[in-house]
Design a protein around this ligand. Structure first.
Ligand code: NAI
Length: 384
């Protein structure tokens, strides 16, 4: 396929948060062209967004339903290859399901859906259509996260025993949703966000990162959820103990009321022989700790890193890469799979290294189990 891939977008209007980030990230490698979109629920904003992006007005739609109806009837050399779904959580399932049924691959934001039931339906549709579904768990895209995963898999730290993952943010420390802030409004509304607040919004990233780096799976949680800010309708703070499928234990904290914090996702993982520490706000540095020798500091872009990390690095050492490149790495892995896709032939998805529908189902399972555990007196609750 000697051309750029054609992408459509659902959500991502001019006033949205993550849509513009996706568009920049999708553009980084010059492999993808945005050709159409149903960008907004705000009247007139889809058109305005299309104009600002110099899109053909005939391919700027008022609804995703109209977009898929029209796109699937375009000639094959014009219609989209895949769609990027960047709407609030309650509008993930509808466009993703309709895109797959219309023959398009899907890259959808996390959490994959509003509920576990929706996530499982999407998994079935992916199975039935054979099409690809990627999920933007952004933090798996960083080069040093790839290095961490490789080191664990290679046994550098021995058997993993302990995992601490924290995701403190502070931006919801006040009742921001009552001030007209769009991002706060839907995130704190159970009808749009789902049964989890902070736990769905950022707890899913933390759980996914712990599982991605270690290659382990969370099997049980013992959770506490709090709604700290008065008048809020969903959790804005959480703490929990975790058990993993190799017997390791863990602690996960996800909060949006840690006043003064920005996006301080950080993880520490310890095995029999040593451990690692990585912080999203300083993503190009990782600390390695050893039982029998001094600590080491490793840096992104250096020759001594594994091919796994190098393959996801674009700039020389000391020239910082960050959030946009991490997103771009997910786009790159996903679009490589789209290019290799042949109808009727099953791809070995694991080879491409992007979060997929199975991660999405695990994420929704995690949210549901955490809520169940938080509401129960028995506390320890198994992920089904
Ligand atoms: P936002 O509120 O800033 O933007 C949502 C956009 O979707 C708006 O343009 C809105 O008009 C549009 N929209 C809503 N309903 C629509 C519909 N039926 N058809 C077409 N457009 C529609 O939300 P934000 O913060 O950008 O979050 C969007 C999604 O991205 C959420 O699922 C969130 O969890 C996820 N997210 C992921 C991040 C990551 O690091 N991977 C970071 C931030 C958000």
């Amino acid at each position: 396929m000697k051309r750029k891939l054609r992408m459509g977008m659902v959500g991502g209007g001019l006033t949205s948060f993550i849509g513009p980030v996706h568009r920049k990230a999708a553009g980084i490698d010059g492999e993808i062209e945005l050709v159409c979109g149903a960008f907004s629920i705000i009247p007139g904003e889809s058109k305005e967004t299309g104009e600002a992006l110099y899109l053909n007005p005939n391919r700027v739609y008022e609804s995703y339903q109209e977009m898929f109806e029209k796109e699937k009837n375009l000639p094959p050399d014009q219609r989209i290859d895949f769609v990027s779904v960047v709407t609030p959580n309650h509008v993930h399932f509808g466009p993703s399901q309709m895109a797959l049924e219309s023959g398009f691959h899907v890259l959808v934001e996390k959490p994959i859906a509003f509920s576990l039931a929706e996530a499982k339906t999407l998994e079935k549709t992916v199975g039935k259509t054979g099409l690809l579904l990627g999920l933007t768990h952004t933090y798996t895209g960083y080069p040093l996260v790839k290095e961490a995963r490789k080191m664990v898999a290679d046994g550098a730290f021995g058997k993993i025993r302990k995992i601490y993952v924290e995701y403190p943010q502070g931006w919801l420390s006040t009742l921001l949703e009552k001030t007209g802030n769009m991002q706060a409004s839907w995130r704190t509304d159970p009808k749009q966000s789902g049964m989890g607040g902070a736990i769905g919004d950022i707890g899913t990233h933390a759980a996914n990162l712990a599982e991605y780096i270690t290659g382990l799976q969370i099997t049980e949680v013992c959770a506490m959820l709090n709604t700290v800010v008065k008048g809020r309708h969903l959790d804005d703070d959480s703490s929990m103990l975790l058990r993993f499928n190799n017997g390791a234990s863990g602690v996960l904290m996800a909060t949006q009321v840690a006043a003064g914090e920005e996006n301080n996702l950080n993880i520490r993982i310890y095995g029999e022989k040593g451990g690692l520490e990585w912080k999203q706000e300083e993503p190009n540095t990782m600390i390695l700790k050893w039982l029998d020798r001094p600590k080491e500091i490793i840096r992104a872009g250096q020759k001594y890193l594994s091919d796994d990390a190098k393959a996801f690095t674009r700039t020389p050492a000391g020239h910082p890469e960050g959030y946009l490149e991490a997103f771009a790495n997910i786009y790159r892995s996903f679009t490589r799979a789209v290019r290799d896709f042949k109808p009727g032939k099953k791809l070995n998805i694991a080879k491409y290294d992007f979060p997929d529908v199975a991660d999405g189902v695990r994420g929704m399972n995690f949210v549901q189990t955490v809520v169940k555990s938080a509401n129960s007196t028995r506390k320890w609750t198994t992920l089904k």
